[in-house]
Design a protein around this ligand. Sequence first.
Ligand code: ATP
Ligand code: MN
Length: 262
Amino acid sequence: KYGDRINTGSLKKGQKVTKDKANRATVEQVLDPRTMRFLAKIINKGIISRINGCISTGKEANVYHGDHEDKSINDKEYAVKIYKTSILVFKDRERYVDGEFRFRNTKNQSNPRKMVKVWAEKEFRNLKRLYMGGIPCPEPVELRSHVLVMEYLTKGEAQPSPKLRDHAFKDTDDIVKFYYEMLFHMRRMFRECRLVHADLSEYNSIVHNDKLYIIDVSQSVEPEHPMALDFLRMDIKNVNDFFSRKKINVFPERLLFQYITE
Ligand code: ATP
Ligand code: MN
C-alpha cells in the first residue's frame, strides 16, 4: 500500500500537536511544525483523523492519504496535498502566476511562504471550477494555507487509481475512447470553465471507474493569460504525443486547437 505510516497517525480530534510530534514530523520534510498546525485544524473539523501514508512525493508537493478512523463520523477517503515551501521551485511557477488577473498581488511574490499559499489557493480555486463545470476531477474539500484536502480517487482497498500513463488499455477502442474523452475535457475546460490546464499529460490524468479524471491544476490559467494559448498548444502536443505512442491516429494539432477554442 503506502510507505510507513507517518507520525500524524496518532493525532486525534482535539489533541494538541506536541513539540515532540512536530519535531519528528520535520524529518518528513514537508510536515514542519507550521504544516502540522494547519493539519491539526483540518483534523479538528472532523474531516480526517489521521494521515496513513504518502501517495506521491513530487517536486512541488507531496500527496498523502487521509481518512477518519471513526467511519461513523466520516467514511470518505482523502488526498491531502501539501505544498513545499522550498524556494527552488518558485522560479518555475512565476510565469503561471504573473499575468494572472486573479492573483496579481506583487507583495506575495518575494515571500516563499506566501507564494506557496497563493499556489495552493490557485489549485483549490481551479479545482472548484472544474468540479462545478462538470469535468471529472477530485472534489475539492478544504484548504488551509498550503494544505489542500480533496477527494481521493481510489481503485479500492486503499489503492490509488492509476495515472493514464499506467492504465492497461483493453484494446484500440479503449485507447481511442480515452483520447476522445481527453479532447472533450480540454474543450469543456476552455469553453465552460475558462481554464487552460497548462500541464496536461498522461501523468496528470487518472483513470477512475473507467473514466478519465483531470488532476494537478495549480498552474492552470485563464484564456486571458498572455501565455494561455502557448500552454494550450503544449497540452495538445503532450496529449497527441502520448496517444501517438499508443499507435492510434491522432488529429493534427492545429485542428485540435480550433476544436478546443472555437
Ligand atoms: P508531480 O510533481 O509528481 O507531478 P504534483 O506535485 O504535481 O506531483 P499531483 O500531480 O497533483 O502533484 O499529484 C501527484 C500524484 O498523486 C498523482 O500523480 C496521483 O498519482 C496522486 N494523486 C493526486 N491527487 C490524487 C487524488 N485526488 N486521488 C488519488 N490520487 C491522487
Ligand atoms: Mn502532477
